[in-house]
Each structure stands twice: as structure tokens, then as C-alpha cells.
Ligand binder design. Structure first.
Ligand code: FAD
Ligand code: PYC
Length: 403
């Protein structure tokens, strides 16, 4: 029966690195792969290598809880997250790869009056920005999420910020779809190859030292999420970023019981149901900086204790797996898509707990920056010098995850 499953072509090639490329991107997560894809598609730059120390998509891209939304407060954020969300709408068709985008609707519950004010403000801002969100009553919340307890016990539900076209997608498929498209354009994805040094001359990058030898390049993109501080140090500059673990867990699969995504930021936890039936659950970041890509017992306790108040039926569930990823947090909870002190070196990082939803928009903006050497409108406000100059893009409410 398996005979006709033999002889499949590999979805992407596994090449030996060339001596040099027009552009090298460090990090084959969603953001690095999307950057390469739009460099090829939008700018015709295809002599590109994407260098990955592990396996592609094995960082945060393959560890996140797949929530997609664009209900941010500030104009630059709404622009890039909505660009990403709208690209997600047709990404399966564009890549000819089913990324299982599911715009099932997303609710951010308001459980304090402070949250009501914060989310109402976001709805008004979104209306001006052209991002479709609405404020809904507790009764509408109950209609959309029958398993929810809207009466408390500690925090009754006072309403919710609702984005009907928010939802989820299959995280691995996003990485795999972009990877196949990059490989088809002739780009080299080099896995199991760690960048260990950055060579520079007269303020320009000339190439990178890797565990597979030296690779020259005319342009360098650093897109390594939780390891951004380490790689920036190799290139000789410091970043206003801290790295810490963010954890998640899934339950055993159960019959369909919740067809929207719900975030409950006061009690702190969020939940959706995967297509396999597992309840996908996440909590906050660890309270200390670390590089530990694994889960810990106290997070299960804290997160489930919080969520059981809002969804009493999950007290009956067995939990199957937990894990962690290293997220790169900036002080204003907004990303960095920026030139660096080196002329031909660019950085994309700081997506922290919320970068999966941004992958297509971020790749689009980073490709633009790398190709032209100057940021386009999507990236213009996200330079790294804003922290020195006090031009913060404060998204601490929209980030939605406690840190
Ligand atoms: P990554 O996928 O981490 O890719 C970076 C790559 O760089 C890695 O593969 C790494 O191996 C590689 N690398 C690092 N150093 C080197 C080196 N020296 N040489 C070569 N390669 C190197 N976001 C959302 O929008 N919605 C969510 O629901 C959500 N949930 C999350 C839940 C959890 C538990 C976690 C951990 C994160 C969550 N996020 C979420 C955040 C999201 O996952 C990240 O912001 C996003 O995936 C970052 O993508 P990336 O491509 O920048 O990073
Ligand atoms: O950014 O929406 C988000 C998110 C949810 C869980 C982790 N990040």
C-alpha cells in the first residue's frame, strides 16, 4: 500500500554552502525564511543562503501557539501586523502549500475595568487604522464560547475585544512552505550550520564564520529571535533585547468544544483547540532571563489554575506535552527591523512573545530593507535607535502575554 509513496522529491535541497552569496540570512525560522522569500519574489535577489544552526522551523516558529491577530494599538504596529494577517489570508495559494490558515475569530477577554478601558481604546484605534475589530458584550462572548464561565468566580467577564478574522495557522507549514519556495528559487538553506563569528572590514560585513566553514556575503540579515543578543555581539554591537523562555502545553485530544481563540490576560492564560482536538494552552514568560528551551512544572500549575476559573471543564483534561521557546523581548514590546552600526548588516528581532502572526509582513519589510538599504514604510518606525531617542512604540497591552 505504501508503494506509491516512494520516490518523492525532497521539498527543499540540502546543498553544500557556496564560497559567497549576494545575501546571507542567519536563522531559518519563519522570519528568516520569509525575508529570503520576499528578497527573491519582490526584489529578484536569489543568490541567497539561509543558515540555520539546528533544523529549519525548530526555534520559536515550531514552538508557538499559532495565534494570528492584528489588534494592536499604535499605527506602525497595526500596519505591519495587518499586512501580515492579510498576507496569511492567501499564503496557502501563493506558496501552493497548505498552511491551514484558520480565521476562526479571536477574543481578548476583559476581566477588569482597566482592561475594558484598554480594549475599548484599541477598538477605536483599530477602526481608524482600518483593522476590523469590535467590542462585544459578555452575552455575545458566551454565545461564541459556550464552555466559558462568564460569572467569575474572581473575575467576571465584562466584555471582549473581538477580531473575527483573527485565528491560527499551522506553524511548521508556514516554515516549510516558505522553505520550499526559497529552494525552488535556487536559494540555499543550510541546516546544522551554526554561525560562530561575523567578519568585518571598514565597517562592512564581509562574511560569516560557520561550523561548515567561512561564507562570504555582500549583505547580512540577522534573524535569530532569542539568540539575537549573542549574534549581535559577534558583529560587535549591543541590542536592547532580553532573552527568556515562554512556555506552552497541550491537552489530550477531545471532541470539538471551542471554535475560536480566547486570551484571558488578567487571570493569565490563553487557549484554542487544534484541528487534532488538543487544547493548546499558554501562559506567561519565565520571570528571569534564560536560554532554556523547555517547560517547567510550576508553569503548568499557574496557567491551568488560572484557566480553570474561566473554563471549568478543562479541570477534567489530561495534559500531554509542554515545551518552551526563547523569546527576545524589547522594552516597548515592539520589534526591531533595523539598519545596524555595520553598513551592510541588518537585524530583525524583538518579536518577543508575538512574532508568529507577523511572519509574512516582517519578511516583506525586512526584504525591502535589505534590498534597498533603507527601510520602507512598514519598517520605518522600528529602528533600534528608538530606544536611545525615546521613540517607543508601546504595545504592552496588545502583547497579550504577561512579562
Ligand atoms: P525562530 O523561529 O526562533 O528562528 C530563529 C532561528 O535562528 C532558530 O531556528 C535558531 O536555531 C536560529 N539561530 C539562532 N542562532 C543561530 C546561529 N548562531 N547560527 C545559525 N542559526 C541560528 N507568536 C504569535 O504571534 N502567536 C502566538 O500564539 C505565539 N505563541 C508563542 C508561544 C510560545 C511558547 C513561544 C515560545 C513563542 C510564541 N510566539 C507567538 C512568538 C513567536 O513564536 C516568535 O516571535 C516567532 O516564531 C519568531 O520567529 P523567528 O523566525 O524570528 O525565530
Ligand atoms: O501574540 O497573540 C499573541 C500570543 C498569544 C500567545 C502568545 N503570543
Amino acid at each position: 500500500a505504501m508503494n506509491h509513496h516512494q520516490g518523492w522529491e525532497r521539498a527543499w535541497k540540502s546543498p553544500v554552502p557556496k564560497a559567497s552569496y549576494d545575501a546571507v540570512i542567519i536563522g531559518a525560522g519563519g522570519h528568516g525564511l520569509a525575508t529570503a522569500y520576499y528578497l527573491g519574489k519582490n526584489h529578484g535577489i536569489r543568490n541567497v543562503a539561509i543558515i540555520e544552526k539546528g533544523w529549519l522551523g525548530g526555534g520559536n516558529t515550531g514552538r508557538n501557539t499559532t495565534i494570528i491577530r492584528s489588534n494592536y494599538l499604535q499605527d506602525p504596529s497595526a500596519a505591519i501586523y495587518e499586512k501580515a494577517r492579510s498576507l496569511y489570508e492567501t499564503l496557502s495559494q501563493e506558496l501552493n502549500y497548505n498552511i491551514m490558515f484558520s480565521p476562526r475569530g479571536l477574543l481578548m477577554l476583559a476581566q477588569t475595568h482597566h482592561e475594558v478601558r484598554g480594549y475599548l481604546r484599541t477598538v477605536h484605534a483599530n477602526n481608524l487604522q482600518g483593522v476590523v475589530t469590535e467590542w462585544i458584550t459578555p452575552e455575545r462572548v458566551k454565545d461564541l464560547v459556550p464552555i466559558i464561565n462568564i460569572d467569575g468566580p474572581r473575575y467576571p467577564i465584562l466584555g471582549a475585544l473581538y477580531q473575527a478574522r483573527g485565528g491560527t495557522a499551522r506553524h511548521d507549514a508556514v516554515a516549510w512552505g516558505y522553505a520550499r519556495a526559497c529552494s525552488d528559487m535556487g536559494m540555499d538553506i543550510i541546516q546544522q550550520c551554526e554561525v560562530t563569528g561575523v567578519r568585518t572590514e571598514n565597517g562592512q560585513v564581509t562574511g560569516v564564520e560557520t561550523t561548515k566553514g567561512y561564507i562570504g556575503t555582500r549583505k547580512l540579515g540577522i534573524v535569530v529571535a532569542g539568540h539575537s543578543g549573542q549574534v549581535a555581539e559577534m558583529a560587535g554591537f549591543r541590542l536592547p533585547v532580553e532573552s527568556l523562555a515562554l512556555q506552552a502545553l497541550v491537552s489530550e485530544p477531545i471532541k470539538p468544544c471551542m471554535d475560536v481563540v480566547v486570551m484571558a490576560n488578567t487571570v493569565h492564560g490563553y487557549m484554542s483547540q487544534s484541528d487534532k482536538g488538543e487544547m493548546v494552552i499558554g501562559g506567561g514568560t519565565d520571570g528571569f532571563n534564560n536560554y532554556t528551551q523547555r517547560g517547567s512544572f510550576h508553569h503548568i500549575e499557574e496557567t491551568l489554575r488560572a484557566l480553570v476559573e474561566t473554563f471549568p471543564m478543562i479541570s477534567r483534561l489530561k495534559m500531554l506535552r509542554q515545551w518552551g521557546g526563547i523569546v527576545d523581548m524589547t522594552g516597548d514590546r515592539s520589534p526591531i527591523i533595523s539598519k545596524t552600526p555595520l553598513g551592510n548588516c541588518f537585524i530583525n528581532c524583538g518579536w518577543g512573545t508575538g512574532g508568529f502572526k507577523a511572519i509574512p509582513g516582517s519578511g516583506w519589510a525586512m526584504a525591502d530593507l535589505m534590498a534597498r538599504g533603507e527601510p520602507g514604510p512598514l519598517a520605518a518606525e522600528f529602528d533600534m535607535w528608538r530606544f536611545r531617542e525615546g521613540r517607543f512604540i508601546d504595545e504592552s497591552v496588545a502583547a497579550g502575554v504577561a512579562h
